[in-house]
Design a protein around this ligand. Structure first.
Ligand SMILES: Cc1ncc(COP(=O)(O)O)c(C=O)c1O
Length: 366
């Protein structure tokens, strides 16, 4: 007997999320060492020292449940960004929050809108609750917000926007987002997923928390996995209207954020030097990727994130495999409908140099 028919109808159409290949897996498969991974948009500087110390201080407390309300972390977020603690919802990574938004606001047969080539978790969380996932064709690989507006109906409950978007790196300006929000019906919840916002130059970044006062239907979602370097601990936060935060809190699992994640997040929230160093490396190294692509006539999508997506104009799977044999793991994105592209996370200077050398060898570039 197959249990497929027993699953929620939306779940029947899902495929599991494909994560970046772990280094240990490639070591086992090819028997090679000295592998670099530029596949999961992780922080190349590793786990921040400030967070390590916070974890050591917390170890003896691990027998206790974490603070279900994450009081201290909410205070830290509140202080850093000038928002009220009652506007904040904490998540076990921002993925957890994305799922929470869908569970809280969309029911079976409601519509959820997101863009083609947008973060793959949006269709995943929408289909899992058997909502109608409306994917709007992309414009230049990015969000077509006019297309979003045209797709809104009385059944639309939720809109997901990733800014910058993963895997394309596209970016919408504050003026574009503001103009869009002004036209969205007030009862439709708009999620602005800013998992990569810290990599965007400060003068270009959207003042998304500022927009909350104007648009009570907006939820801003942030991650500590990227610029803050806590991917393995799983922690993210959302800022919204307090009424929305209260609703999210009703659905949230009571202890969704573990003690080590909470305590580490507080430490890195106050570690501005770490985040500034990470963002600066990203800026400098992104410029090298752009120069490399231009020099070798490789087309890329300009990115405001910590990754760049290259269009090889031919199936990218053999290039991906050849890079693996050189000990370089990048990310195929055929699952996004982009079989000719590979996404490369920006690493440390020496890692990026390894990638350039490996790609030159694989593509036989001069
Ligand atoms: C656009 C976007 N949003 C959210 C996430 C989720 O990140 P996390 O759950 O680690 O906070 C990711 C992770 O890759 C992402 O690319």
């Amino acid at each position: 007997m197959s249990f497929l028919q027993q699953a929620n109808i939306g779940v029947q159409s899902l495929s599991p999320y494909q994560a970046g290949k772990p280094i240990e897996e490639l070591e086992r498969e090819l028997g090679i060492s000295n592998i670099i991974k530029l596949a999961s948009n992780e922080n190349p500087f590793g786990f921040p020292e400030s967070a390590k110390q916070a974890i050591i201080n917390q170890l003896d407390e691990l027998t206790r449940y974490p603070d279900a309300n994450g009081f201290e972390l909410k205070m830290a977020v509140s202080k850093k960004f000038g928002v009220n603690p009652n506007q904040i919802t904490l998540g076990n990574g921002s993925n957890d929050l994305l799922e929470l938004f869908a569970h809280t606001f969309a029911s079976e047969h409601d519509e959820v809108i997101y863009s083609q080539y947008a973060f793959i978790v949006y269709p995943l969380v929408s289909k899992a609750i058997n909502a109608i996932a409306k994917e709007i064709p992309a414009k230049n690989w990015g969000h077509d917000l006019d297309g979003f507006l045209a797709a809104i109906t009385a059944k639309t409950k939720l809109i997901f926007i990733a800014n910058p978007n993963n895997p394309t790196g596209n970016f919408l300006t504050e003026a574009e987002i503001d103009a869009f929000l002004a036209k969205v019906p007030a009862n439709v919840i708009v999620v602005l997923d800013e998992a990569y916002t810290e990599f965007t130059a400060a003068n270009e970044r959207v003042n998304s928390f500022g927009l909350l006062a104007k648009y009570p239907n907006l939820i801003v979602s942030r991650s500590l996995s990227k610029a803050y370097g806590l991917a393995g601990l799983r922690i993210g936060y959302a800022v919204s209207n307090p009424e929305i935060a209260d609703l999210l809190n009703r659905v949230r699992q009571p202890f969704n954020c573990n003690s080590l994640a909470l305590t580490s997040a507080i430490a890195v929230m106050n570690d501005d030097d770490f985040v500034a160093k990470v963002a600066e490396n990203n800026r400098n190294e992104m410029a090298k990727y752009e120069a490399f692509c231009q020099q070798h006539s490789l087309e890329y999508i300009p990115s405001k994130g910590n990754f760049i997506t290259i269009d090889f104009k031919q199936p990218a799977a053999p290039i991906y495999d050849a890079l693996l044999r050189e000990g370089v793991i990048v990310r195929p994105i055929a699952g996004y409908g982009m079989p000719n592209h590979l996404r490369i996370s920006i690493g440390l200077p020496e890692e990026n140099q390894r990638f350039f050398t490996a790609l030159k060898k694989v593509l036989k570039l001069a």
